[in-house]
Design a binder for this molecule. Structure first.
Ligand SMILES: C[S@@+](CC[C@H](N)C(=O)[O-])C[C@H]1O[C@@H](n2cnc3c(N)ncnc32)[C@H](O)[C@@H]1O
Length: 273
């Protein structure tokens, strides 16, 4: 109950509440400890504890777990900035860089993290099902997966779409050197009917809407693969559990004939009311 009330708060508000809560815990801790150990206490230790506790609590109190990094680096970054007397301009530069990289984190709830080599090898195995692969990475990040796929002999076309400015720019350079094509385009505008292998590594947030797009546009026989985030209430054709350190799961959906697509659409219309 408590968790669901907290989860309904805007994430930024919840994040700040957690920081203040931890500050309160630390204040009580310092007050208790002063009976045994006389102050002052090293500031770096208190700031480190603030960041660590805030990071641990964030995941438990309803913030998406990747917010723990923000929660840790917020107090630590402020402390370092003050200690090294960094001017405000550096905070602005840092903010702009983060914004250009994590452009889609606030609106789409999808940050940047990258597929690893094991996942790319699995995609290669999947691509072996086809003689001619037309591959699309929805939200292609730094373009590594697109460049990798473009080098496979049976891949006729490897494309990516990306809207975060810095990753787009870097991926454009990479694919110019290594192959593949990146478009500065929202994944919601991509025409999926042109591809027979579509890959997404996003977050739980867009999956229901994305599934609707997938079954509306993708051709029968094509494959939709999502890394880590399954489509809710839809049984995948296969689940591949990879032997990497993060135990990646690939949820594989083979697009079936039109009758099944129509009934899936009907079901999704019923679910959305
Ligand atoms: C988790 S990363 C995955 C990167 C890459 N696909 C990989 O596997 O290495 C998700 C990417 O999707 C991008 N993204 C999120 N929403 C998007 C949208 N609506 N249109 C295009 N790209 C989007 C983000 O900017 C981010 O680079």
């Amino acid at each position: 109950m408590r968790k669901s009330v907290l989860s309904r708060l805007p994430k930024i508000v919840l994040a700040l509440l957690i920081q203040f809560f931890v500050l309160g815990i630390l204040a009580i801790g310092v007050w208790v400890v002063h009976y045994w150990i006389a102050p002052p206490y090293p500031l770096w230790l208190l700031v480190g504890l603030q960041g660590l506790l805030a990071a641990v609590l964030s995941c438990k109190l309803g913030l998406p777990c990747w917010w723990r990094w923000i929660q840790f680096f917020l107090p630590v970054g402020l402390y370092l900035g003050i200690s090294f007397q960094l001017g405000g301009i550096w905070a602005l530069v840092g903010f702009l860089l983060l914004y250009l990289v994590f452009f889609n984190a606030s609106k789409e709830r999808v940050p940047l993290y990258l597929s690893n080599d094991t996942t790319r090898e699995a995609l290669k195995t999947l691509a072996e099902k086809y003689q001619e692969v037309r591959f699309l990475d929805l939200g292609s990040g730094l373009g590594g997966t697109v460049a990798f796929m473009s080098q496979l002999p049976n891949v006729e076309r490897a494309d990516g779409v990306e809207t975060a400015p810095l990753p787009y720019l870097l991926s454009k350079i990479l694919t110019t050197l290594k192959g593949g094509e990146i478009y500065w385009m929202s994944l919601w505008k991509a025409d999926l009917s042109q591809y027979n292998l579509v890959y997404a590594f996003l977050s739980p947030e867009p999956m229901p809407k994305l599934w609707h797009k997938v079954i509306t546009e993708m051709q029968s026989g094509a494959i939709f693969v999502t890394n880590s985030f399954a489509v809710p209430d839809v049984k995948p054709t296969e689940i591949w559990e990879l032997e990497d350190s993060r135990q990646t799961k690939l949820f594989i959906y083979q697009i079936e004939d039109e009758g099944q697509v129509a009934s899936a659409l009907k079901l999704s219309a019923l679910q959305t009311g």
